[in-house]
Ligand binder design. Structure first.
Ligand code: 3PY
Ligand code: MG
Length: 250
């Protein structure tokens, strides 16, 4: 099976950085995939990627050696299997609030005997002749901690066999806890999740707005980190242009 760089780095205890794609155009994903970054977060939950566009984005990323990792739209058996059948080397599953939710995600992502993933997907032949035999060990499953309830359940969630990473959704977490992002309470919740995941022997991850933020989170001990998105980069570029040319937005 093809290499899964982010999973290899997580297992080696090293931070691994990705970039997020949430728009339909595969050209941006292709640029990102050739940047030297380990993985691309292909966002099916937010943004404008439907299944066809998502499959197209995975197709352009795969051959570069950068790992396409799909943040699926929801924790559903069919969605998780379909993303992996399209050639994703892992899934990030939103709104995992309990060990049962985590178990459902792993069950959908792993072939028997560990799980119940359905066998199919013609593209998988391009991921290696041994795909069916080794995919269970080489497919990354990250579960998202995005609610107060999930924060309390991290020890049980992290204990589920097959969960590779405890991944925080900082935005939803701030909404759930009703605290500002970046506030003391919010940072305390992030630190709590990181500490609980580490105590359970699982790496933690989170999305970041830019490379500086990503480097800072890696220093804190986060391992699976996305370092920005195409929309964030466009926004930063526009703001730079406005500053240089003295142009104000509407
Ligand atoms: C969150 O911050 O809630 C996310 O899901 C990140 O995309
Ligand atoms: Mg979220």
């Amino acid at each position: 099976m093809v290499r899964n760089r982010p999973l290899e780095k997580l297992r080696a205890g090293q931070p691994t950085f990705g970039l997020a794609v949430a728009m339909k155009d595969p050209v941006v994903a292709e640029y990102f995939a050739h940047s030297g970054i380990d993985w691309i977060w292909v966002d099916e939950q937010h943004g404008s990627l439907g299944y066809e566009a998502m499959a197209g984005v995975i197709q352009v990323i795969g051959p570069t050696g950068t790992a396409p990792i799909v943040r699926v739209g929801s924790n559903e058996f069919f969605r998780i299997g379909r993303a992996l059948d399209a050639g994703a080397l892992g899934v990030i599953v939103p709104m995992v609030n309990s060990a049962e939710d985590a178990e459902a995600a792993v069950y959908a992502a792993k072939y028997p005997p560990r799980g119940g993933r359905s066998s199919g997907g013609a593209r998988l032949q391009f991921l290696g002749d041994d795909y069916r035999e080794v995919a269970n060990d080489n497919t990354l499953v990250a579960v998202m901690i995005e609610t107060g309830r999930a924060v309390e359940a991290v020890p049980e969630i992290a204990a589920v066999e097959g969960v590779d990473c405890i991944f925080i959704g900082p935005s939803d977490l701030s909404v759930s806890l009703q605290v500002e992002r970046g506030s003391e309470e919010h940072e305390a919740a992030l630190a709590e999740v990181l500490a609980q995941a580490t105590a359970a022997g699982k790496p933690a991850g989170m999305p970041c707005g830019n490379a500086e933020d990503a480097a800072r989170r890696a220093e804190q001990g986060f391992m699976l980190i996305h370092a920005g998105s195409e929309l964030g980069m466009v926004r930063d570029g526009i703001e730079h242009m406005q500053r240089v040319l003295g142009i104000a937005g509407e």
